[in-house]
Ligand binder design. Structure first.
Ligand SMILES: Nc1ncnc2c1ncn2[C@@H]1O[C@H](COP(=O)(O)OP(=O)(O)O)[C@@H](O)[C@H]1O
Ligand SMILES: O=C(O)C1=C[C@@H](OP(=O)(O)O)[C@@H](O)[C@H](O)C1
Ligand SMILES: [Mg+2]
Length: 182
Protein backbone atom coordinates (compact mmCIF):
# COMPACT_ATOMS: atom_id res chain seq x y z
CA UNK A 1 0.00 0.00 0.00
CA UNK A 2 1.26 3.45 -0.82
CA UNK A 3 2.11 5.43 2.36
CA UNK A 4 -0.82 7.52 3.47
CA UNK A 5 -3.36 5.08 2.09
CA UNK A 6 -5.39 2.85 4.31
CA UNK A 7 -6.84 -0.54 3.40
CA UNK A 8 -7.69 -1.22 -0.26
CA UNK A 9 -11.42 -0.70 -0.73
CA UNK A 10 -11.56 -1.02 -4.50
CA UNK A 11 -12.44 2.63 -4.89
CA UNK A 12 -10.81 5.25 -7.01
CA UNK A 13 -11.27 8.98 -7.18
CA UNK A 14 -11.02 11.22 -10.23
CA UNK A 15 -9.86 14.80 -9.77
CA UNK A 16 -9.21 17.50 -12.32
CA UNK A 17 -10.33 20.85 -13.60
CA UNK A 18 -13.88 21.58 -14.78
CA UNK A 19 -14.37 19.99 -18.20
CA UNK A 20 -11.53 17.48 -17.81
CA UNK A 21 -13.93 14.56 -18.15
CA UNK A 22 -14.27 13.30 -14.55
CA UNK A 23 -18.02 12.72 -14.79
CA UNK A 24 -17.96 11.26 -18.31
CA UNK A 25 -14.95 8.98 -17.82
CA UNK A 26 -16.00 7.98 -14.32
CA UNK A 27 -19.25 6.62 -15.73
CA UNK A 28 -17.48 4.67 -18.47
CA UNK A 29 -14.78 3.35 -16.14
CA UNK A 30 -17.30 2.18 -13.54
CA UNK A 31 -19.25 0.19 -16.15
CA UNK A 32 -16.12 -1.29 -17.62
CA UNK A 33 -14.90 -2.46 -14.18
CA UNK A 34 -18.38 -3.26 -12.83
CA UNK A 35 -18.00 -0.78 -10.02
CA UNK A 36 -20.57 1.64 -8.66
CA UNK A 37 -20.40 5.22 -9.86
CA UNK A 38 -20.61 8.23 -7.58
CA UNK A 39 -20.49 11.84 -8.75
CA UNK A 40 -20.10 14.22 -5.83
CA UNK A 41 -21.80 17.10 -7.67
CA UNK A 42 -24.78 14.90 -8.40
CA UNK A 43 -25.15 13.80 -4.76
CA UNK A 44 -24.86 17.39 -3.52
CA UNK A 45 -27.49 18.65 -5.98
CA UNK A 46 -29.82 15.84 -4.86
CA UNK A 47 -29.19 16.72 -1.23
CA UNK A 48 -30.03 20.42 -1.78
CA UNK A 49 -32.70 19.78 -4.41
CA UNK A 50 -30.98 22.50 -6.44
CA UNK A 51 -28.52 22.72 -9.31
CA UNK A 52 -24.89 23.56 -8.51
CA UNK A 53 -25.46 27.04 -9.95
CA UNK A 54 -28.49 27.58 -7.71
CA UNK A 55 -26.64 26.35 -4.62
CA UNK A 56 -23.89 28.89 -5.36
CA UNK A 57 -26.28 31.76 -5.96
CA UNK A 58 -28.61 31.05 -3.01
CA UNK A 59 -26.18 29.87 -0.36
CA UNK A 60 -22.74 30.86 -1.65
CA UNK A 61 -19.70 28.87 -2.70
CA UNK A 62 -18.68 28.21 0.88
CA UNK A 63 -21.88 26.28 1.61
CA UNK A 64 -21.14 24.10 -1.42
CA UNK A 65 -17.56 23.50 -0.20
CA UNK A 66 -18.80 22.52 3.26
CA UNK A 67 -21.24 20.07 1.65
CA UNK A 68 -18.41 18.60 -0.45
CA UNK A 69 -16.27 17.88 2.62
CA UNK A 70 -19.19 16.42 4.55
CA UNK A 71 -20.09 14.17 1.62
CA UNK A 72 -16.50 13.01 1.27
CA UNK A 73 -16.44 12.02 4.94
CA UNK A 74 -19.64 10.01 4.44
CA UNK A 75 -18.15 8.30 1.40
CA UNK A 76 -15.02 7.40 3.39
CA UNK A 77 -17.20 5.66 5.94
CA UNK A 78 -19.31 3.63 3.55
CA UNK A 79 -17.95 3.58 0.01
CA UNK A 80 -16.61 0.34 -1.50
CA UNK A 81 -16.14 -0.80 -5.11
CA UNK A 82 -16.81 2.67 -6.49
CA UNK A 83 -15.48 5.16 -8.98
CA UNK A 84 -15.93 8.63 -7.49
CA UNK A 85 -15.94 11.63 -9.81
CA UNK A 86 -15.27 14.72 -7.71
CA UNK A 87 -16.08 18.33 -8.51
CA UNK A 88 -13.14 20.36 -9.81
CA UNK A 89 -12.69 22.22 -6.52
CA UNK A 90 -12.52 19.16 -4.25
CA UNK A 91 -8.71 19.33 -4.28
CA UNK A 92 -8.60 22.81 -2.74
CA UNK A 93 -8.77 21.76 0.93
CA UNK A 94 -6.10 19.78 2.78
CA UNK A 95 -8.88 18.17 4.79
CA UNK A 96 -10.40 16.76 1.60
CA UNK A 97 -7.06 15.25 0.63
CA UNK A 98 -6.80 13.56 4.02
CA UNK A 99 -10.21 11.98 3.49
CA UNK A 100 -9.64 11.11 -0.19
CA UNK A 101 -6.52 9.17 0.79
CA UNK A 102 -8.67 7.04 3.07
CA UNK A 103 -11.08 6.29 0.23
CA UNK A 104 -8.65 5.15 -2.44
CA UNK A 105 -6.12 6.14 -5.08
CA UNK A 106 -6.57 9.59 -6.57
CA UNK A 107 -6.23 10.04 -10.33
CA UNK A 108 -5.71 13.48 -11.88
CA UNK A 109 -7.16 13.77 -15.38
CA UNK A 110 -4.89 16.35 -16.92
CA UNK A 111 -6.53 18.03 -19.90
CA UNK A 112 -5.11 20.31 -22.54
CA UNK A 113 -5.77 24.00 -21.81
CA UNK A 114 -7.28 24.62 -25.23
CA UNK A 115 -9.59 21.63 -24.93
CA UNK A 116 -10.70 22.79 -21.47
CA UNK A 117 -11.53 26.28 -22.70
CA UNK A 118 -13.47 24.92 -25.68
CA UNK A 119 -15.48 22.50 -23.55
CA UNK A 120 -16.26 25.10 -20.91
CA UNK A 121 -17.29 27.78 -23.38
CA UNK A 122 -19.83 25.46 -24.99
CA UNK A 123 -21.44 24.36 -21.71
CA UNK A 124 -23.37 26.00 -18.89
CA UNK A 125 -24.10 25.16 -15.26
CA UNK A 126 -20.63 25.74 -13.85
CA UNK A 127 -20.82 28.94 -11.82
CA UNK A 128 -17.04 29.37 -11.68
CA UNK A 129 -16.69 29.14 -15.46
CA UNK A 130 -19.92 30.47 -16.94
CA UNK A 131 -19.06 34.16 -16.89
CA UNK A 132 -15.33 33.76 -17.16
CA UNK A 133 -13.28 34.59 -20.21
CA UNK A 134 -10.56 32.35 -21.55
CA UNK A 135 -7.79 34.00 -19.53
CA UNK A 136 -9.73 33.85 -16.26
CA UNK A 137 -10.43 30.14 -16.76
CA UNK A 138 -6.79 29.40 -17.50
CA UNK A 139 -5.61 31.52 -14.58
CA UNK A 140 -7.83 29.50 -12.23
CA UNK A 141 -6.58 26.26 -13.77
CA UNK A 142 -2.91 27.23 -13.40
CA UNK A 143 -3.43 28.32 -9.79
CA UNK A 144 -5.02 24.98 -8.97
CA UNK A 145 -2.52 22.81 -10.80
CA UNK A 146 -0.31 22.14 -7.73
CA UNK A 147 -3.40 20.87 -5.90
CA UNK A 148 -4.27 18.45 -8.72
CA UNK A 149 -0.67 17.25 -8.86
CA UNK A 150 -0.98 15.83 -5.35
CA UNK A 151 -2.74 12.88 -7.01
CA UNK A 152 -1.27 9.37 -6.99
CA UNK A 153 -1.46 9.17 -10.75
CA UNK A 154 -1.57 11.79 -13.51
CA UNK A 155 -3.31 10.71 -16.72
CA UNK A 156 -2.87 12.86 -19.81
CA UNK A 157 -6.13 13.18 -21.74
CA UNK A 158 -5.00 15.47 -24.57
CA UNK A 159 -6.30 14.17 -27.92
CA UNK A 160 -7.42 10.96 -26.22
CA UNK A 161 -10.86 9.51 -26.78
CA UNK A 162 -12.70 8.57 -23.57
CA UNK A 163 -12.02 4.83 -24.00
CA UNK A 164 -8.32 5.50 -24.47
CA UNK A 165 -8.27 7.54 -21.27
CA UNK A 166 -9.98 4.71 -19.42
CA UNK A 167 -7.27 2.30 -20.60
CA UNK A 168 -4.61 4.78 -19.51
CA UNK A 169 -6.15 5.08 -16.04
CA UNK A 170 -6.23 1.31 -15.53
CA UNK A 171 -2.72 0.79 -16.92
CA UNK A 172 -1.35 3.67 -14.86
CA UNK A 173 -2.89 2.47 -11.61
CA UNK A 174 -1.46 -0.98 -12.05
CA UNK A 175 1.98 0.49 -12.72
CA UNK A 176 1.90 2.70 -9.62
CA UNK A 177 0.65 -0.12 -7.40
CA UNK A 178 -0.09 -3.61 -8.79
CA UNK A 179 -2.55 -4.13 -5.92
CA UNK A 180 -4.81 -1.52 -7.44
CA UNK A 181 -6.43 -3.96 -9.83
CA UNK A 182 -10.09 -3.53 -10.57
N1 LIG B 1 -11.55 12.52 -23.53
C1 LIG B 1 -12.56 13.25 -24.01
N2 LIG B 1 -12.72 13.40 -25.33
C2 LIG B 1 -13.72 14.14 -25.82
N3 LIG B 1 -14.64 14.79 -25.07
C3 LIG B 1 -14.56 14.67 -23.75
C4 LIG B 1 -13.52 13.90 -23.15
N4 LIG B 1 -13.67 13.97 -21.79
C5 LIG B 1 -14.76 14.75 -21.59
N5 LIG B 1 -15.29 15.17 -22.75
C6 LIG B 1 -16.46 16.06 -22.90
O1 LIG B 1 -16.19 17.23 -22.14
C7 LIG B 1 -17.35 17.69 -21.49
C8 LIG B 1 -17.08 17.84 -20.02
O2 LIG B 1 -16.94 16.55 -19.47
P1 LIG B 1 -17.33 16.24 -17.96
O3 LIG B 1 -17.24 14.75 -17.82
O4 LIG B 1 -18.59 16.89 -17.57
O5 LIG B 1 -16.13 16.93 -17.18
P2 LIG B 1 -15.94 17.22 -15.63
O6 LIG B 1 -16.84 16.31 -14.86
O7 LIG B 1 -14.49 16.93 -15.37
O8 LIG B 1 -16.26 18.66 -15.45
C9 LIG B 1 -18.46 16.70 -21.83
O9 LIG B 1 -19.21 17.25 -22.91
C10 LIG B 1 -17.72 15.47 -22.28
O10 LIG B 1 -18.44 14.72 -23.24
O1 LIG C 1 -14.02 23.50 -10.19
C1 LIG C 1 -14.93 23.85 -9.40
O2 LIG C 1 -14.73 24.62 -8.45
C2 LIG C 1 -16.28 23.28 -9.62
C3 LIG C 1 -16.44 22.23 -10.49
C4 LIG C 1 -17.74 21.65 -10.80
O3 LIG C 1 -17.62 20.25 -11.10
P1 LIG C 1 -16.95 19.70 -12.47
O4 LIG C 1 -15.46 19.77 -12.27
O5 LIG C 1 -17.45 18.32 -12.60
O6 LIG C 1 -17.39 20.61 -13.57
C5 LIG C 1 -18.70 21.85 -9.62
O7 LIG C 1 -18.27 21.08 -8.52
C6 LIG C 1 -18.76 23.29 -9.25
O8 LIG C 1 -19.29 24.01 -10.34
C7 LIG C 1 -17.40 23.86 -8.84
MG1 LIG D 1 -18.27 16.60 -13.35
Amino acid sequence: MVPGHSEWKRNLLLVGFMGAGKTTLGGILSKRCRLDFVDTDQLITEQFGLSVADIFSRYGENAFRVAETELLRNLAARCRHSVIATGGGMVLKDENWRVMRQIGPVVFLRADEQELVERLSSATGRPLADDSDREAILERYRQRLPCYLRADLVVETKNQAPLEVVDAILGGLERVNPKWLF
